[in-house]
Design a protein around this ligand. Structure first.
Ligand SMILES: Cc1cc2nc3c(=O)[nH]c(=O)nc-3n(C[C@H](O)[C@H](O)[C@H](O)COP(=O)(O)OP(=O)(O)OC[C@H]3O[C@@H](n4cnc5c(N)ncnc54)[C@H](O)[C@@H]3O)c2cc1C
Length: 375
């Protein structure tokens, strides 16, 4: 295996039996910023959260945060603590759900059953709760919409236009929900420290932002919380025996290997639950696979497609930041281990309890590799 550093051009040759890619799924050096017209005219400061300036002093300032995702809803209450006023400017609403910042059951359990059992119970409870919420949203979208609206309205001042700012066009969990701890964002709105505007940006101006409705938002600082740029495998270019691997032509196997790419594994988590919940299962399965290969003397392992298979995008999420980059990622198949599962219970059976060997895996021992090399 050879590794070349793109930043210094330094070439390192490292020897390893496997390459395990834990690079996350987005670009670390650059976030996504739409092309805002008139941007250069704005005389205040423009900040992207991925490049937060250490010296940014927003005390008493008028801040406009563009966006309505996890980053925006986290920044709004945090900045509203000292800013003059914070306006969250969104093109369209997102589901925002208040959740307690502390898990009272998890906190009480250790006194009753001891720390180790308490942790196991709390973990199970939270996994079950999350699954239940997701299922409820999928099976009863109208009831889920009504419930979220009720939770939002309860936190907002009387007469607040809830539907204008907190009623998305899609159903709950068709995109990831945003959780706000102890309803902190709603508290900031209630106390007048923050507000929400749902509109389209016509242009940046010297003083702030002019909206399609004709309204002007004055600002000292504009924060573009407009999202991530997804990046497959940290932008690492893979090749096998000198041939470059074309990722969009590859199909994911059990959600952690690619067809015909030997001794390569990667991590990808859930998009409908905690990301790391699946990552834990994958790592366990991968370790079991390594143990199996060692035990039987296999040196090479890769999945092979059983024939023509219909494929679909690896990430089945409708969010804009996923759609923008879907064609740079590998794909998933439509059945069996070629389908990337998003269900914890099914994954538990496959990845934790299921066998690591599979009819789709091709395995080679040290002697067969040596024979091939000397041929
Ligand atoms: C705003 C936001 C909120 C989130 N909230 C949650 C949440 O509540 N729950 C949850 O489970 N998940 C959440 N996630 C998902 C979160 O990304 C994962 O839970 C977790 O951080 C993924 O861990 P990871 O180790 O796979 O990747 P990362 O944490 O992204 O780590 C990847 C590492 O690889 C390095 N790297 C990347 N490319 C290269 C390269 N080419 N060469 C060398 N090094 C490289 C990076 O520098 C980084 O250190 C959230 C993500 C975002 C952006």
């Amino acid at each position: 295996m050879e590794v070349e550093r793109a930043d210094t051009g330094e070439r390192l040759t490292m020897s390893a039996g496997w390459f395990f890619c834990a690079s996350g799924y987005y670009r670390y050096d650059e976030g996504f910023t739409p092309d805002f017209p008139g941007r250069e005219r704005f005389t205040g400061r423009i900040v992207h959260p991925q490049h937060w300036p250490e010296d940014l002093d927003y005390r008493g300032k008028r801040v406009v945060i563009i966006g309505s995702g996890a980053t925006a809803v986290t920044l709004v209450p945090a900045m509203a603590e000292t800013a003059g006023h914070v306006t969250m400017l969104q093109r369209s609403p997102t589901y925002i759900v208040p959740v307690p910042s502390e898990d009272r059951i998890a906190n009480a359990l250790p006194k009753l059953v001891g720390r180790t059992r308490a942790y196991a119970i709390a973990r199970r409870k939270n996994i079950a709760k999350q699954r239940l919420v997701w299922r409820f949203c999928q099976q009863h979208p109208s009831a889920a919409r009504r419930l979220i609206r009720h939770l939002n309205a309860k936190q907002l001042p009387k007469g607040f236009p809830v539907d204008e700012h907190f009623k998305p066009a899609y159903n709950p969990w068709d995109q990831r929900l945003c959780a706000v701890p102890d309803a902190d964002m709603f508290t900031a709105i209630r106390e007048g420290r923050a507000s929400v505007v749902t509109d389209r940006i016509e242009t940046f101006s010297e003083r702030g932002i002019r909206l399609a409705s004709g309204r002007e938002l004055d600002a000292d600082i504009i924060v573009t919380a407009t999202g991530l740029k997804l990046l497959a495998f940290g932008g690492i270019s893979l090749s096998v025996d000198g041939d470059k691997v074309a990722l969009p032509q590859k199909v994911a196997f059990k959600g952690f290997m690619l067809n015909d790419v030997p001794n390569f594994a990667y991590m990808f988590g859930y998009t409908n639950s905690s990301w790391t919940l699946k990552v834990g299962l994958i790592c366990e399965h991968f370790c079991r696979l390594l143990g199996y290969l060692d035990h039987h003397g296999y040196r090479i392992c890769y999945p092979q497609l059983p024939g023509d298979m219909a494929t679909r995008p690896l990430l089945g999420v409708a969010a804009g930041y996923v759609q923008r980059s879907a064609d740079q990622f590998p794909r998933q198949g439509d059945h069996g281990p070629w389908r990337t599962c998003m269900d914890y219970r099914a994954d538990y059976q496959t990845l934790r309890q299921g066998p690591v060997n599979d009819a789709n895996l091709r395995l080679a021992t040290a002697s067969s590799v040596a024979a091939q090399l000397s041929a």
